[in-house]
Ligand binder design. Sequence first.
Ligand code: FES
Length: 155
Amino acid sequence: MAGKVSKTKKKTAKAKFVPNIVAFACNWCSYAGADTAGINRVQYSPNFRVIRTMCSGRVTPGHVLKALKLGADGVLVSGCHFGDCHYIFGNYKAVEQFDRTKALVKTLGLDERRIRLEWVSAAEGTRWGEVIDEFVAQITTLGPSPLNHKPKSRK
Ligand code: FES
């Protein structure tokens, strides 16, 4: 019986879970894409906070890990499509940085699906909404980040 109550409580807690997502978006494409989504009144999940960076290549593993440490359940890094980066090779650097970040996330015992790298141009407002919705759904399925569990207080 106690097991049943516990399962019900867990289900309720999971049903109430609203993911906290941080999206690093490059100034020249993805941030503008988010703007386009707003201008075109694209309907998508509001469960994220955007941090504007000049280029996706500027987002280091440290930035992503700090976002996770400070309470993000998932982190999205988004930049220009290949060939469109304002700094020519910034998004290629972003891929390298992201691979390093993924390795660190795995080392920490976190599910690597908690981080995601996507390319969204300034004209792709609809795509921006789709990427956010997909990622929110994915993180909702994964549940709260294990880093967000507060340790039980000692008596
Ligand atoms: S400026 Fe957008 S990825 Fe480099």
